[in-house]
Design a binder for this molecule. Structure first.
Ligand code: ZN
Length: 249
């Protein structure tokens, strides 16, 4: 199966990856849903947009604790690195990720469409200026806008009650339509509307390679090759097989 997947990858013209929380679990980042998920320990209200406007200080205390102090410690794992290597080999054209942790970029991937936004930037809801994380002082919460001072600063990832950000949405849809092979990694396929992207790709003719620890909504429906196991081991093996095909003996 892994050899067959590697062959599909080597023959692809527009290979794209679609990743979810499962790829970052081995970096110590918990998923939001399911066993051990964040929403088992926290009420997600603090990242609901209207609640955030009403209670910015309380919301920011949790945002800083969970997303910056805790997630900020994480490093890319072998699965992120394997995808970065596939890009360097000229095979992987883009990653669409549901994750906000920036680990694909830290691993070296350069074309990453962040469907749910990112922790690595923040925006001012008043003057709409966008900032890098290192430009924001989190000593006092909520942090002050370095530009207009009075505006409310929000992490540039999607809160409940917000729309999918542009241009990530359009770029992701275009990638899904153009893909002839899509590697789906670490996602159960339940979060709307992100979960529809592999279906769109398959509808447009893409072959689907799925890497998941357990069967997902995709497995029996659209997956052509199911590689069951942890993302790190499976992607490492997959890239090794790809190398065996592409590199001269
Ligand atoms: Zn501002």
């Amino acid at each position: 199966m892994i050899k067959e997947a590697a062959r599909l990858i080597c023959e692809s013209k527009h290979l794209c990856a679609f990743t979810g929380a499962g790829i970052s679990v081995e970096s110590g980042i918990p998923p939001f849903r399911g066993p051990g998920g964040l929403w088992n320990s926290y009420n997600p209200d603090f990242i609901e947009i209207n609640h955030f406007y009403r209670y910015p200080t309380e919301s920011w205390q949790l945002i800083k604790e969970i997303f910056y102090d805790f997630f900020g410690q994480a490093s890319p794992n072998a699965a992120h690195i394997a995808l970065a290597n596939l890009e360097k080999m000229g095979l992987l054209k883009a990653i669409i990720t549901q994750n906000i942790d920036n680990l694909h970029q830290t691993a070296g991937s350069t074309v990453v469409h962040e469907f749910h936004g990112t922790l690595s930037h923040l925006v001012c809801l008043d003057c709409h200026k966008r900032f890098r994380l290192d430009q924001i002082d989190m000593t006092n919460l909520p942090p002050e806008c370095p530009e207009c001072v009075v505006g409310l600063i929000k992490p540039d990832f999607i809160f409940f009650g917000e729309d999918i950000p542009e241009p990530a949405r359009s770029n992701s849809l275009a990638e899904a339509r153009n893909a002839d092979v899509m590697i789906v990694v670490g996602t159960t396929g339940e979060v709307m509307p992100a979960c529809t992207l592999p279906y769109l790709a398959q509808e447009k003719g893409a072959r689907i390679i799925e890497v998941n620890i357990a069967p997902s909504a995709y497995t029996g429906a659209i997956t052509d090759i199911f590689l069951q196991g942890p993302a790190t081991a499976m992607l490492k093996n997959l890239v090794a097989e790809v190398e065996a095909i592409t590199l001269p003996a």
